[in-house]
Design a protein around this ligand. Sequence first.
Ligand SMILES: [Zn+2]
Length: 313
Amino acid sequence: MILLARQLLDSQKILEAMLRRLPSTHNEYMHVCDRLRRVKAGLAGEQRVNAEWLELDLPSPHYFLHDFQTMNDFGSTHQMDTIFLCPHFLLILEIKNITGILSYDASFAQLTRTTMDGTVEGMTDPFLQLERHVAWMKRVLQRERFHLPIVHAVVLATRNGILTKGFEGQPIFHVTGLRASIQRWTEIYQPIETENLLPFAKRLLSMHTRLKKEVTVPLKEMMKGVVCPHCANGQPLMYHYKKWTCPRCGLVDYNALNRTLEDYRILVGPQLTNRSFREFFAIESPNRAYKLLQQLPLKVEGEKRHRKYWIMD
Ligand SMILES: [Zn+2]
């Protein structure tokens, strides 16, 4: 049973909105492209592992919490790709979708990837991250007076990631190894009473909070306006006779206003004023802005000058 399903990641939405509004000459542009590529690779890896779960004969009952996010008592964050609970154990899974030849040096806490063209790249130590998560989970179990063995593993979602030296004895395997590991843990750990499992899983779910992702480029450096989704580099649409039209490619865009509002929500936040609307949508006339605001699904608060608008979910 999936208690917490994976959603389209906030970070992906933010990065895509940033790319729509960053000039391609901006010094962060390539960096944002690269981050978006990594986020997408991560998501593809998670989907690959999810497909593997469906093939397995799992102990019953069992519960999944995907992309679990929380903040610990010290104010730092935890983001776990998958938590799997069954009567035998609790598994914390870190999913990696990294291609290339991988090696690991535990004494330096260093994971290195060598790509096909020979480029060597350092990466964050996934085992240290997992140990942090395990320590947090142990504290939660203690606090809830609940006993369940914790196991953890890094799963490599692609066959094109080749594990070489340094990984001996580390909890890491390719996605196809999930079956054997689940079987082994099921044999090692005796099952607990099943009726306590769901309440604990729900308790964990109540600790899930979606962590806020920051927009890393100042808004003033992004392109404003209602822009054409087909033409590159922020080609503005013209508003004539209640229609948004692109003077370059001729597109008539009936969704222009809502799409721009979504960019505003992602990059600025859920609240607007007539002024902030005019700035982001690049509209000079307060009167025209007022009329356009009436067309949007917004909740109005306050009167006249002090009027605020909230974007509804
Ligand atoms: Zn266009």
